[in-house]
Ligand binder design. Sequence first.
Ligand SMILES: [Zn+2]
Ligand SMILES: [Zn+2]
Length: 339
Amino acid sequence: MKAVLYKGPNQLALADLPKPVPGAGEVLLKVHDCGICGSDLHAVQFGLGLKPDCVLGHEFCGEISEIGPEVSGYAAGERVAAVPFSSCGVCDHCRRGQGYHCEKLKSIGLGPLPGAYAEYVACPAASLLKLPARLNSRQGALVEPLSVGLHGVNRSRIKPGTPSIVMGAGPVGLATMLWCKAKGADPVVVSEIAPGRRELALRLGASAVVNPREYNPGAKVRELCGRLPEVVFECIGVKSTLNEAVSLVDKCGQVVVIGVCMEPDQIMPLHFIFKEVSINFALAYTRSDFEETIQALATGRINADPLITDVIGLEQVPAAFEALRKPTSQAKVLIEFPR
Ligand SMILES: [Zn+2]
Ligand SMILES: [Zn+2]
């Protein structure tokens, strides 16, 4: 099968690999669509513990092609998305639905297990969720990134009428904004410096967008509803955004950090104390986040189609990574496989 391999920092290469054989409890998926994630870009740029010749790709859906031993409830041809990791299923974290905290966690496509930058990917049957016929496969590949936003919003105190700010309109920020709106937050102001991404946020339903270098997003929220934001979502993941988040949020408000900052950052605790700000961090997603996302896409509760700005073939992946390293107005780039 054709696959894209990670060779070393900033090096990807097309290769031909043997088709994986599903082991006990596994199925083999023929990949339909797979998203390129910011984490993939980070991983390829900095290595981040990736072994040479590993296969990235954790935002995927496909159809069942082969079924390994000890799997029941699935049939060849069914379309599924997968929570992209395997976990033990029996520890306290797994029982609470937080498989991503399992000590035996093995991620698919961002670490030990090969991902879906390939024609086929093997997954534990326990990780699969069936896709209703109303979802096309491009939407199926959005389930994972949308679940990241949902998980962050589910860790917040958003309820109908909560004024909020989403900092950053990359795929994670846009997904977070979609869920804030779906759960009735109002207004939802998106703060983003790139004009193309601001426009996309508006198209996806943000109440308003601002360039934070020109206008204070907190002032925009106050203009719209007479209050300051009660919840601020940090979806950028670079230095100094935590300080900015606390400067924007109302007293006794909440900052939810979803963006992944990979370097030390300095905060001024006094500013958090003066406002009695709560700060929460969000990682990954639960299986129920995936279920809620699939349901919301199937019923039209959220429409995320505009998130997909580019669809490319597998052979275009190395060039796409080069292009995505520079500032871009692209949101979600999907790799699509012929079928
Ligand atoms: Zn991702
Ligand atoms: Zn476990």
